[in-house]
Ligand binder design. Structure first.
Ligand SMILES: [Zn+2]
Length: 103
């Protein structure tokens, strides 16, 4: 068996039974690519503004807490703020700011 570094997409090896519920309430859209490998969740979201993909890797237990109702900063305190913004808003923080800071 050959191990390939940084293969994308990685093979899904884990499960997140709460995921359909999160999609149903719109926290995660069906357009988002969500892959689970071990105890990590790899999200690929497309920015609403620049239409470029963003990759965020988050811990599985934190994602589970977040999509079942915890605040994202409580569920995933170790995740960089920019990554949390991408998960919550679906956009790059800089693109979001550029769209709403006019003049
Ligand atoms: Zn963007």
């Amino acid at each position: 068996m050959t191990m390939t570094d940084h293969a994308w997409p990685p093979e899904t090896t884990g499960e997140l039974p709460e995921l359909p519920e999160a999609v149903a309430i719109g926290m995660i859209t069906e357009a988002d690519l969500v892959l689970i490998t071990g105890d990590q969740v790899h999200f690929t979201k497309t920015c609403h503004f620049c239409h470029q993909p963003s990759h965020v890797t988050a811990p599985l237990d934190g994602v589970r807490k977040w999509i079942t109702g915890a605040l994202i900063q409580t569920a995933m305190p170790g995740l960089p703020v920019g990554d949390r913004e991408i998960l919550v808003s679906g956009s790059h923080p800089a693109c979001f700011d550029a769209a709403f800071l006019t003049g």
